[in-house]
Design a protein around this ligand. Structure first.
Ligand SMILES: Cc1ncc(COP(=O)(O)O)c(C=O)c1O
Length: 473
């Protein structure tokens, strides 16, 4: 197909140019002037592009559906999938759609994004969790290894699906190629959350993309690493048997009024990537390698090795040697140097380099870290967290869905022993749920949560020292 055209984007722009007099939604009637204060910031073209589902494409009968299909086919071709779908609720929406229609046993690493738990709640699938393991040097959760997946498949019965995150938010990749070889023997489907890896296809210096490796379903946030608008993602289908199921799920879960701007920009960016994606991503890789090499030369800065992240555009580093926590580095970069990083935890900071970076942005970042180190050098190293991570998986009594549909009440931590959780509790770091709805709260877990609270450690889902449990009748 001709990757130099962007049928959906062009049809939206054409329609805007026609200046059709609208007696139709949306209420702004595609014209600027209704909200002059907003126009000042957004400019005037945004409204005209924000039609509901009208497009001007004569060859495709002015049909939005036909033009969208064409745009999705071009995306599938570029990313090497059997079929692609444009998403307007991010990778979260894609993950929900992947899981919605599942009923059997599904293997899931406990260190999964919250949307995976959301998808499980929507589905009738029965999760088998893999406990997170923490890298002892970097203190970050690791993805399950090939051996762990092999063991669970060899010992578990009737497992139908494996759900993996590749790469993790920290940029760690599991041995996906080897894991995918287990598919046939064990007759399982493998779904991949590649939220942070949509750029993989565009450089041989990056891990191989899960789409190229032929996982059955892959979803990735093109908005995170490839520059489409926030909330837009791509879902790739490699197993044709799943195509109809995915379409049903998308019909259930996505808006019937998708933003043409979000969709059109996916198409327009896809064209740019087809024409110059390799050069753009390779430039980001070059800048990433450059930053890492320079950071490694600054005394007091520790940069994660490829064992932890083999994607050069993810700069995971820390200043623990000079006493700064990751959280403090993030705050100081933001308020002292006007730099915002992607994430931080007690120990580490993750900075992302993408196709949007320039030599100048990279030099500003390096100068800031250099200055920060100069200001704090000589300080004592950061003390290790006194509380070790809690990685045990509690006993399950109810499915998550049954738990969240049950009546709940608030109780104090001290009174929560043996009660059934009605909400997730997720300490940061490491971002792994210590309990999910429907699981039993043990005394060990209460002790752990109390020490988190005492140490001022954020636990998402806690309300001060209280938590939600299922009401007993
Ligand atoms: C690992 C992982 N998966 C999925 C998501 C959801 O992606 P989106 O923001 O595109 O919905 C995120 C978002 O941060 C993520 O980190």
């Amino acid at each position: 197909m001709d990757q130099s055209c962007a049928p959906l984007w062009e049809a939206i722009v054409e329609y805007a140019n026609k200046k059709v007099i609208s007696f139709h939604t949306p209420g702004h009637k595609l014209r600027s002037g209704v909200f002059p204060h907003i126009d000042k910031i957004l400019g005037t073209s945004l409204w005209a592009l924000d039609a509901s589902d009208e497009v001007e494409d004569i060859t495709n009968n002015h049909s939005f559906k036909q033009v969208l299909k064409l745009a999705e086919t071009l995306a599938g071709e570029l990313f090497n999938s059997y079929a692609a779908r444009f998403l307007i609720n991010g990778t979260s929406g894609g993950i929900h759609s992947m899981l919605l229609g599942l009923t059997g046993k599904i293997v899931i690493p406990r260190f999964s994004h919250q949307s995976v738990y959301g998808g499980l709640i929507l589905s009738e699938a029965d999760p088998i969790y893999l406990a997170a393991k923490i890298d002892s040097e970097w203190n970050i959760p690791l993805p399950p290894t090939f051996e762990e997946i092999k063991q669970v498949l060899e010992h578990g019965k009737n497992i139908e699906t494996i759900f993996l995150t590749y790469p993790t938010y920290y940029g760690t990749t599991t041995e996906l190629e080897k894991i995918l070889k287990l598919k046939k023997q064990h007759e399982v489907a493998i779904f991949v959350d590649e939220a942070h890896g949509s750029h993989f296809r565009f450089s041989p210096e990056l891990p191989e993309s899960a789409v190229d490796l032929k996982a059955d379903l892959v979803v990735h946030s093109t908005h995170k690493t490839l520059g489409t608008l926030t909330q837009s993602s791509l879902l790739h289908i490699n197993n044709p048997d799943l195509e109809a199921k995915i379409d049903t799920a998308l019909t259930v879960l996505q808006s019937t009024s998708p933003s043409l701007i979000l969709l059109g920009v996916i198409d327009a960016v896809r064209r740019e990537l087809a024409l110059s994606g390799k050069a753009l991503v390779e430039n980001a890789v070059r800048l990433g390698n450059y930053i890492r090499d320079r950071l490694k030369c600054i005394d007091g800065v520790k940069v994660a090795p490829s064992r932890i992240t083999n994607d050069p555009t993810k700069i995971l580093f820390n200043l623990n040697e000079i006493g700064l926590s990751g959280l403090e580095v993030e705050t100081r970069l933001r308020y002292d140097y006007n730099i915002q990083v992607e994430l931080s935890d007690y120990y580490n900071v993750l900075a992302l380099i993408t196709i949007g970076d320039t030599e100048q942005s990279v030099e500003s970042f390096l100068a800031a870290v250099d200055d920060l180190v100069r200001r704090f050098s000589g300080n004592k190293p950061l003390p290790k967290l006194s509380v070790p991570y809690y990685l045990a998986i509690p006993q399950k009594v109810f499915s998550m869905r049954r738990a969240i549909c049950s009546q709940s009440e608030m109780t104090t931590l001290s009174q929560a022993e043996n009660r059934i959780a009605a909400d997730f509790l997720i300490p940061y770091p490491p971002g792994v749920p210590v309990i999910v709805p429907g699981e039993v709260i043990s005394s060990d877990l209460i002790d752990y949560l109390k020490s988190c609270y005492k140490n001022g450690w954020e636990v998402r889902g806690m309300r001060e020292e209280n938590l939600m449990v299922i009401k007993e009748h």
